[in-house]
Design a protein around this ligand. Structure first.
Ligand SMILES: [Fe+2]
Ligand SMILES: [Fe+2]
Length: 180
């Protein structure tokens, strides 16, 4: 089975619709951070970047009188829950491996603990996505309003796809050398 690429996920109309709401620039930066952190935590860079790209697809816009209402958001938001389910659905539609789709969805579910009663012990992939999100965070939620030109967004996604493919084939080569 051909690997589903970030580009396929990114250009999928449902992804575009939801990413526009939470910020394409933020999604791409978090995917890039996740790729870097994936090496440090020895997790699959493909899963990490996919979860990071989609981590905020569950966002709803909390506007009141044309302004973002932060209090309403804090009180009522369930974007991680919604995002996990949305991301899972679109990944399966695009043809993602079912096991990977589940791992990615759970990492999205746990990328924020704002709705959880206590601290969780995160698995490495989940930690990578949460850390990557934090790395791009700006005060007052400004990271959601960063802008990026469409062609630059696509270039960065393609560059990341290339890096991931190289990284995965290097890991494959290392593994096959170890078993010789
Ligand atoms: Fe989030
Ligand atoms: Fe985020």
């Amino acid at each position: 089975m051909e690997k589903v690429t970030l580009e396929q996920i990114f250009t999928y109309p449902t992804t575009q619709k939801h990413l526009k709401r939470s910020g394409i620039a933020h999604a791409i930066s978090v995917a890039e951070y996740a790729y870097i952190f994936a090496k440090r935590f020895q997790v699959n860079p493909d899963h990490a970047a996919k979860a990071a790209l989609l981590h905020d697809v569950g966002h709803y816009t909390w506007y009141r009188d044309g302004e973002w209402d932060y209090d309403q958001y804090q009180e009522n938001d369930i974007h991680a829950i919604k995002g996990a389910s949305r991301a899972h659905k679109l990944l399966i539609k695009i043809g993602e491996d079912r096991h990977a789709a589940k791992e990615i969805a759970v990492a999205i579910l746990l990328h924020t603990d704002s709705y959880l009663p206590g601290e969780l012990k995160l698995k490495p992939l989940q930690r990578v996505v949460a850390l990557a999100d934090e790395a791009d965070e700006q005060s007052g939620g400004n990271h959601h309003y960063k802008t990026i030109e469409e062609h630059i967004a696509l270039e960065r996604i393609r560059a990341l796809d290339k890096q991931i493919t190289n990284e995965l084939s290097n890991t494959q080569i290392k593994k096959s050398k170890e078993t010789v």
